[in-house]
Ligand binder design. Structure first.
Ligand code: PHE
Length: 356
């Protein structure tokens, strides 16, 4: 019996695969296996002999079965190890480069402007880019015969055959959003309206589509002094240095009084530097909202008053980031975008140290 034991346990330990194990199982403990045959001989033994041989044979059978199971597990582990070795994933390999887009300077500056005005309590409002001439002109106190209509280089949208209504226009400024906001929310109001505007014009500093941000604050006693403070706070936060402003008396049909606002700058060596020097650069139009405009928006001018302003966003981007030609903004040249664009992970740059 010891011979059998040695023979099978040795063979099982050396078995190379599952098939070999199965053969050994059949040869040892299968129906006609050697151990099984020996068990059948128990019947011929004397009771005394059987009492010794029986348990010994059972123990041997158990031992062989256990060895078969152990070897089976060991073979499976080895097979898995072998497979894993062949499937190594090298996580230290450098990643393939992925092309990343950039944020367009107009989007970046819009975000910056929005964040600065949000700090001063201004919400963002939007209006349609296609307006009828009432919103774009009449409601803003620019009647049909007014020269400002002709000066605006307006794009008119043709009506269908036989449609007698006056043509719609592509809005020439963001000021019509003033009227929409007054009608929708009533007074008081504190909003900015960034967006696209259209004028039929094209050269180094003009494109047929460009961007403005309108500002509108209406309250019981909002004054020109509030306008001046808000604009100075804005320019200082936007350019990151103290920027002096100059208010020049001007005229817009929708504000009274009206002022054009210049910011301090220098023009040395062909570049403009904001916040230094003795020169001035015109950057926006503004004034106190005309009573007729309040009335057109459904607000009583006896009770409410306020200021409005309009700034060119593209212009701000050119000044802050030193971009020379406006036309390139809208040519979708990837090299330009890569050079002047911003990382998508950049937060709007709010400058510390501005008191408010
Ligand atoms: N809408 C004017 C323009 O486009 C700017 C402006 C807005 C002026 C609000 C005064 C008040 O030139």
């Amino acid at each position: 019996m010891d011979e059998l034991r040695e023979k099978y346990l040795g063979a099982i330990a050396a078995a190379a695969d599952e098939a070999a194990l199965e053969e050994l199982r059949l040869a040892a403990v299968g129906k006609k296996g050697e151990v099984s045959l020996k068990m059948r001989e128990l019947g011929k033994m004397t009771p005394e002999e059987r009492q010794v041989a029986g348990p010994a044979l059972n123990a041997l059978k158990d031992e062989i079965n256990a060895a078969l199971a152990d070897r089976k597990v060991a073979l499976a582990d080895a097979a898995l190890d072998e497979r894993l070795k062949g499937e190594v994933l090298d996580v230290t390999l450098p990643a393939r480069p992925r092309r990343q887009g950039t944020i367009h300077p107009v989007s970046q500056v819009t975000e910056e402007v929005t964040a600065i005005f949000a700090d001063m309590g201004f919400a963002v409002a939007e209006g349609p880019q296609i307006e009828d001439d009432w919103y774009n002109f009449d409601a803003l106190n620019i009647p049909g015969h007014h020269p400002a209509r002709a000066e605006m280089d307006t794009f008119y949208m043709a009506r269908g055959e036989g449609d007698e209504r006056p043509p719609n226009v592509l809005r020439t400024h963001t000021s019509p959003v003033q009227i929409h906001s007054m009608q929708e929310q009533g007074a008081p109001i504190r909003i900015i309206c960034p967006g696209r505007v259209y004028r039929c014009d094209y050269d180094q500093t003009h494109t047929p589509m460009f961007h403005q941000v309108e500002g509108l604050a209406i309250g019981k006693d909002i004054s020109m002094a509030n306008l001046k403070w808000v604009l100075e706070e804005f320019f200082t936060a936007f350019f990151g240095i103290e920027v002096k402003t100059r208010f020049r008396a001007s005229h817009f049909p929708f504000t009274e009084p009206s002022a054009e606002v210049d910011i301090q700058c220098s023009f040395e060596g062909g570049t403009v530097k904001v916040g230094e020097g003795d020169d001035w650069l015109e950057v926006l139009g503004s004034g106190m909202v005309h009573p007729d405009v309040l009335r057109a928006g459904g607000i009583d001018p006896e009770e409410w008053q306020g200021f409005a302003f309009g700034i060119g966003i593209d212009r701000l981007a050119m000044l802050k980031y030193g971009i020379p030609d406006l036309r390139a903004f809208f040519e979708s040249d990837l090299r330009w975008l890569k050079h002047y664009g911003f990382s998508p992970l950049d937060m709007p740059s709010l400058h510390a140290g501005v008191s408010r």
